[in-house]
Design a protein around this ligand. Sequence first.
Ligand SMILES: NC(=O)c1ccc[n+]([C@@H]2O[C@H](COP(=O)([O-])OP(=O)(O)OC[C@H]3O[C@@H](n4cnc5c(N)ncnc54)[C@H](O)[C@@H]3O)[C@@H](O)[C@H]2O)c1
Length: 252
Amino acid sequence: MILVIGCGFVGETVAKSLQEAGHSVIRIDPKYNDNTIDMYLGTPELGVVICVPTPTVDGICDDSIIREVLEELGDTPVLLKCTVPPNMLETYPENVTYNPEFLRAKTAEEDFKKQKHFILGGTPENCEIWKNQFSYLNNPKIKRILSPVEFIETDRATASMVKYVHNCWLATKVAFFHEVMNNVGDKYNHKEMVNILGKFENIGPSHMSAPNDDGGLGFGGHCFPKDVEAFRNFSKSEILQQVIDTNSKLKD
Ligand SMILES: NC(=O)c1ccc[n+]([C@@H]2O[C@H](COP(=O)([O-])OP(=O)(O)OC[C@H]3O[C@@H](n4cnc5c(N)ncnc54)[C@H](O)[C@@H]3O)[C@@H](O)[C@H]2O)c1
């Protein structure tokens, strides 16, 4: 049995996928049901996937909900999908395996099915447990795709860095392209430029269009602003401070 704790955007996508694959899934989320962790503790072969919020408060990632949940779970194997920086991850017990998530708001279910890399940060024994639970992603009946999921095992800090550097790099790309468009967009055709640049493998086709779908400029959404701020604080990156400042000017 797998408990999915926190069934918002990420948790519900994962719960649905596990269920479709034939896993027995229990959802725990006070917003949607009355299930509690203690009702299921002690169930044989129990695994827990945690997808609760990690907002950024005063520039720092707030992992207090994760800590509360981990305390209740004891040594049950945990797969943590929340975005948390390396210095917080290292304080969690060893039964916690970190699995960064890369879903996009508009295409979450499809992104989960078609993910190319499933990153596991933790001990080899714990990574193996979760690799087995999600091995169905490579079942052709479920996946119906061309390339198999690559399960990548590393340590928790490195897995966390992959997630933050990914989000911060893409946010930086948005801020830079939007700044260029904002400053000198009347001198060239931005749409055509990004179409051409998108053909370069070392640049790639994403995160260059301007303006956004809502007509505005700068990165936004549920994750980029909070993750850039938390990672600037953790990494002491001067470049990211500039990205944050440039982005707020673009949004004014
Ligand atoms: N949204 C994304 O695109 C995305 C992508 C990758 C990673 N993440 C990360 O995944 C985590 C979850 O993000 P999300 O977008 O799904 O958040 P969300 O706000 O959509 O969902 C979180 C859910 O957790 C529930 N919750 C809060 N406290 C709880 C508790 N004590 N017990 C059980 N449930 C509780 C809330 O009711 C809510 O439904 C965050 O760390 C986020 O940074 C999000």
